[in-house]
Design a binder for this molecule. Structure first.
Ligand SMILES: Cc1ncc(COP(=O)(O)O)c(C=O)c1O
Length: 399
């Protein structure tokens, strides 16, 4: 039997999806499963986007240009302008979600063995993207006690080596809900300047900041323009994860030229979906900002529910639509499986994302879980009650 590649072994299994069979089995046995594990918005996709799909003015679905349809690139440019971010249409490459953009950018700036710094816990798929691009992710460990803030430049700088090519920063953060402070962004900028690094800015949750806060796009550091690559997406802000439309944007021509070769190799991004997203990109900031209040109410429901569980000290998410929390449990991986297999509360159970998969460092996050706010506040409050009852009943609890 031929053996699979060494690279295959490096591709992690998604911690978010691997409990799916147990969740399906629980549902088949009549237990309602509240899925707290996947960050797919439950709200309807805007009508203006669906209407484009229903009335597609096409006679033939031809390949789109590899860099994206001109009108889609122009719409992204307009979208960025609504945030005072200056990217011309030529600075934008349309990609199959932010996922493809991140994979390409990692390969362009660090592929073939370069190192990229990332705070951990981090978006779990970064590890898979890095494995595909042959990039080493070097973690900057954060602590729940600091609400997952890194604070100063020294925390990041201590991980820089001669092989470091870039810092990848997700702001607001998935999975922790952290919104980095001005001083923290300045610290990232300082390290990038000092060590000649790219900064890959994943700002797919830019709109979702709570308590009246604002996120400062990293593009505000205009002296770093040539080092900054923004990755973005329609998935979360327009409730359109299935459209698979995202982009990378930079004014660095060299990065764009090489990234375009990756785009050319995969030919193009679907034409119909590029057309579909144009109306919202061109005029959608207010729409997504309008969702903030709802996500904040959900954040509050989760925070209040977690705080009521003995042994849990939640931190209050500042943005995105996730939180990460420590539970008084020996292994959240075992706990998450146990809840689905052996536990229900008034006919309901929950599906959690165990924390370990969000860490680069092996052995970290064993007593943490990530929770996504993808139900209304009432359901989320109930889900936290189910969680509290499960913590109390679990044989491996620590109090
Ligand atoms: C931080 C972050 N970046 C990128 C992505 C990928 O998004 P897309 O659907 O655009 O590929 C996600 C999806 O959950 C995410 O949370």
């Amino acid at each position: 039997m031929p053996v699979l590649s060494e690279k295959s072994a490096r591709l992690p299994e998604s911690p978010i999806r691997k409990l799916a069979p147990l969740a399906r089995a629980a549902e088949a046995s009549g237990t309602r499963v509240i899925s707290l594990n996947i960050g797919q918005p439950d709200m309807a996709t805007p009508e203006s986007m669906l209407e484009v799909l229903r009335t597609l003015p096409l006679k033939r679905l031809a390949y789109a240009p590899s860099e994206g349809l001109p009108e889609c690139r122009a719409a992204w440019s307009q979208f960025f302008r609504s945030w005072d971010i200056a990217f011309a249409p030529e600075d934008v490459l349309v990609t199959a979600g932010a996922s493809e953009a991140i994979t390409f950018v990692l390969a362009v700036v660090a592929g073939g063995g370069g190192e990229v710094l990332v705070v951990e816990p981090c978006y779990t798929n970064y590890l898979s993207f890095a494995a595909q691009a042959d990039v080493h992710m070097v973690p900057v460990p954060l602590r729940v006690e600091d609400a997952y803030h890194f604070g100063t430049a020294s925390r990041i700088e201590s991980q820089v080596t001669p092989n470091t090519k870039a810092i990848l920063l997700c702001n607001p953060s998935n999975p922790t809900g952290t919104v980095y402070t001005e001083a923290e962004l300045e610290a990232v900028a300082e390290v990038a300047r000092r060590h000649d690094l790219f900064v890959i800015c994943d700002e797919v949750y830019r709109e979702f900041v709570f308590d009246g806060g604002q996120v400062r796009s990293f593009t505000a550091f205009s002296d770093l323009a040539d080092r900054i690559v923004v990755v973005d997406s329609v998935s979360k802000r327009f409730n359109a994860c299935g459209a698979r439309i995202g982009c990378m944007a930079t004014t660095n021509r060299q990065v764009l030229d090489v990234a375009l070769r990756f785009c050319q190799a995969r030919l193009s991004v679907p034409t119909a979906e590029q057309l579909m997203v144009i109306p919202m990109l061109a005029d959608g900031r207010a729409y997504s900002e309008g969702l903030r209040g709802e996500y904040q109410a959900r954040r509050d429901a989760v925070f209040t529910g977690l705080a009521a569980i003995p042994g849990v000290s939640p931190h209050r998410s500042e943005g995105s639509f996730y939180t990460m929390t420590r539970l008084p449990i020996d292994s959240c991986e075992n706990f998450a499986a146990w809840i689905l297999r052996d536990f229900s509360h008034d006919g309901e159970t929950i599906c959690l994302a165990p924390g370990e998969g969000f860490y680069v460092t092996e052995g970290s996050g064993v007593d943490e879980v990530r929770i996504a706010f993808m139900y209304d506040s009432v359901t989320l409050s109930r889900a936290m009650q189910v969680l509290g009852a499960a913590v109390e009943a679990y044989p491996g609890r620590r109090f």
